[in-house]
Structure formats: C-alpha cells, structure tokens
Design a binder for this molecule. Structure first.
Ligand code: 4T7
Length: 459
C-alpha cells in the first residue's frame, strides 16, 4: 500500500481525518496496493508556462510557499483508515524549486527545449507521502526568457487546478515583489468541496439523477479492448504517451462540422471514436467514459484539487446511416449526461455491471476526454512577468504520468483553432506499435468521416 497507515500517525494532532472526495474514492478502485496506481509516485500531472521578464528565483520560491499555504489540497496526506482511506491536512511546507541553466539553447530551439524539459519533469516521481504535493522546475534561457514546469500529485490537482496554481503563483509573485498582498479571490478549500458534494448527494435532485442513470445504464458495460498482454503476466508497468497534432485542415474541419450539428468539437471527436470502436469490435451499443471538469459550482472554480469526474457516455449507433446521424446521437448522449451528472462513485451503484470489463485479465477500458483549461492559453501578465501556457506538447514519452488502468485519449482544443492530443497507455498491457497503429487508424478514419459526414456509413 502506498499510503501512510494511521496506526503510526494516530497520535499526531496535526489534522483531523477527513473523508475523501467522491473522485478520490473512485481512484481507490484502481489502487492495487503496489507503487503504481493513483497513490503511487507516478500518478502526477504536469504543466509548463513560458515566462518572459526579469524573474527573481528567491521571490518565486516565496510565491510558491504562498501558493501551498493558500491551497490545503497541496498539503493534504491521504492515509489508510482501517480498510478505507481518509485525508488529513498538514501545515504548509516549502515546495522544491529546481533551477536549470538552459542558456546554451539558441532562440529557435527554445520551444523544443521547453517541451523536452516538460517531458523530463514528467519522467520523474512525486511521492504522495512527501508534502507538499507540488514541485517546480525553472529552465532559464536568459535573464528574460524561461520555462516554468510545475508538477503536482494528481490526487491533489487536475488540469484546471494547474491553471489556478499558475495564476495564483503569478499574483503571489507580484505581491512579493511589490510588498503588497496578492490580488486573488477568497479560496474555497477542497475539503469544503468534499463536504458539499456529500450533502448534495442527499438532495431530491440527486435522487432524480440517480434514477436517470439506473435507466440509461441498464445492461451497459464500459467498452473494453483486447490487450496485447494479460494483466496476469504481471509485466512491469509504465504509462507511455504518444503525442500528436491534428493538421490544420482537420483541426478546422472538426469544429466546423461540430458547429453545423450545434454540438462541441468534443462530441464530433467522440462520435468518430465510437465509429472507430464499432469498426474494431462490431459493437453498436457503446459506452465510453470521459472526464468532465467537475467544476460546475462557481464557488469552487478557484480551488486547487482534483475535481474531474469519470462520466460514462452511452450511445447506441445501430442504424445510423451517416456520420452526421452518429454525431446527433452522441450529442444527445452528452447533453443528457452533463445535465444529470453525479459523482461516478454514486453513479456506479446504479449500474453494477458497468465496470465489469475493468477487472478482466485480457481486456482494458478506454477513456476519451477533452482537456479542460478554464482560462484561455493567451498570455497573462503579473508582477512584471508575462506567462503563456506551453500547451502544444508534441514529444512522446515512454514513462510519463500514470494512467491507473486503461487507455486515455486526451484532446486539447485550443481557442486558436489548433488541436493537439495524446494517447496514454499502460506498457505492461500494450506494445507501442499497437498504439501507434490505433492512433494512425483513428486519425485516418476521423479525416474520412469529417470530409463526408453524409456518406453512407455501415453500422
Ligand atoms: O486524468 C485522468 C486520470 O489520469 C485517470 C484516472 C483513472 C483512470 C481510469 C481508467 C482509465 C483512465 C483513467 C485516467
């Protein structure tokens, strides 16, 4: 088990034991007790920003300390509590800041060098037992150009939270530099969210939503694909990431078709993925989970924590004569799922067979998400520094952030109209060439479907 046992700590007055959030409870399902999985040192999330301006590292360190003090989630220990888990908030400690000299990088190579630094940070480990659950690496190209990579444990932060951390870090940096107090909204804490969602699950509306899922998911099982290697082979596990960009015409055609069908680009991409899975498995009743942002409550939009929610999207594409019809059905699936959303730990009780495939020896489930960044990726300015998210990651890697147990397709749909994506898979279950072929085949099919959405489609 990778979490601290309360027996050793039970006399510790540091902080009361608090219940986990529903999402953290969901993660417990994937905790296989070994170093891998959601409580292991590879279950982290990274983000990087290009920084322009005079950056003082002592001030940056002080601002990092401020951010850890401001957000309890970054100093929260998940502990075993008998045969379940709990969390305990501990006093702030200083997050590590490593500074690397990248002055030998020519200006035209800096973007790539920043991408390499990000992968290098993501190759690393971040133990859940060593607080705070945040670290920083600053690569300096010269005294006015740098790349800041942040890494947080994924039980304490999600993609949205990484943006909140960077925004707060810049505000705290400005305040430290100017001797003022940071210009930031009151921060609600993750433990308040965990409390709020438990209360919300007792409301009449929650009962109606559970009833929806009982009907919608009756007889449903999340679709699983055959793996190259069985789980029982017990091969060493890493999670590899194939990263890619959609070429300009495809990145433009997808949102254009989405607009025509009055849906999101995600819905069009998911519709293509369901056709892709139908071609591989023959299935027409297809349930694929996505991760929603889980940030529907205004009160928690400035809170650091992991709010993402595993949301099963079931669509029966039998009889769809065209891809446009598949998009229409997926759009209905998504619209209903978003309006009836409840935490997966609650939802799963209404659909007992849903995760059946997750436990099999020779199959694995596959998830499909659009990455949620609350703020656009445009430049932002604070304290004499300008920072811009390095979202266009194009370098694949063989040992990155952990996907606990499955395949994860992630797409970043940028306001600029560009689109990049990543395909995460467990290397103890799939060979890289299998996943490269999946990626090539999916992109090829997407291009074909988007180019002729009214062409006859055999389903
Ligand atoms: O950011 C999502 C996180 O990497 C995650 C957590 C649990 C999963 C379980 C099955 C498949 C993909 C998952 C991804």
């Amino acid at each position: 088990m990778t979490v601290t046992d309360t027996t050793r700590e039970s006399t510790d007055p540091a902080g009361a034991l608090l219940p986990l959030s529903f999402h953290q409870e969901f993660l417990c399902m994937f905790d296989n007790g070994r170093e891998e999985g959601p409580f292991g040192p590879k279950y982290h999330i990274v983000g990087a920003w290009r920084i322009e301006g005079e950056l003082d590292t002592a001030t940056l360190q002080a601002a990092l300390d401020d951010v850890v003090e401001r957000h309890e989630a970054l100093r929260t220990e998940i502990v075993r509590n008998g045969d379940s888990h709990a969390q305990r908030i501990l006093p702030p400690t200083s997050p590590r800041l490593d500074v690397r000299d990248l002055t030998d990088t020519a200006p035209e190579d800096r973007d790539r060098r920043a991408d390499e630094l990000l992968n290098d940070v993501e190759d690393g480990r971040l133990s859940i037992r060593r607080l705070p659950l945040l670290r920083a690496v600053l690569g300096r190209f010269d005294d006015r150009d740098a790349v800041l990579a942040l890494i947080a444990h994924h039980t304490a932060a999600d993609a949205w939270a990484m943006h909140v951390i960077m925004r707060d870090l810049a505000a705290c940096y400005a305040a430290r530099r100017d001797g003022t107090s940071p210009d930031l909204p009151e921060a609600s804490q993750y433990r308040e969210y965990a409390q709020w969602e438990r209360e919300a699950s007792l409301s009449p509306g929650a009962e109606r939503r559970r009833a929806y899922w009982r009907r919608k998911l009756s007889g449903a099982a999340i679709l699983a694909l055959p793996t190259d290697e069985p789980r029982s082979a017990n091969l060493p596990k890493t999670t590899a990431w194939l990263r890619f960009a959609l070429d300009a015409d495809l990145a433009e055609a997808v949102p254009a078709l989405a607009r025509e069908s009055r849906g999101s680009a995600f819905m069009t991409l998911l519709a293509a993925y369901k056709v892709f899975l139908h071609r591989q498995t023959g299935a027409t009743d297809i349930t694929i989970p996505t991760f929603s942002s889980g940030r529907g409550q205004e009160r928690f939009q400035d809170t650091v924590g992991s709010f993402i929610n595993f949301l099963p999207l079931r669509t029966d594409i039998a009889g769809c004569g065209t891809f446009r019809e598949v998009i229409r059905r997926v759009r209905t699936t998504c619209a209903e799922a978003y309006t009836h959303e409840i935490p997966f730990s609650e939802l799963m009780r209404e659909a007992p067979g849903l995760m059946a495939a997750a436990a099999t020896d020779d199959h694995q489930i596959t998830a499909f998400q659009a990455v949620h960044a609350p703020f656009d990726t445009a430049d932002r300015e604070a304290g004499g520094i300008r920072y811009t998210k390095a979202w266009k990651r194009l370098l694949s890697q063989s040992d990155g952030s952990d996907v606990p147990d499955g395949i994860l397709w992630s797409l970043h749909i940028d306001p600029s109209g560009e689109m990049v994506g990543s395909l995460g898979f467990n290397t103890n279950r799939y060979r890289e060439e299998t996943m490269r072929r999946q990626l090539d085949d999916f992109i090829g099919l997407l291009r074909e479907l988007v180019a002729a959405p009214d062409a006859p489609l055999e389903t």
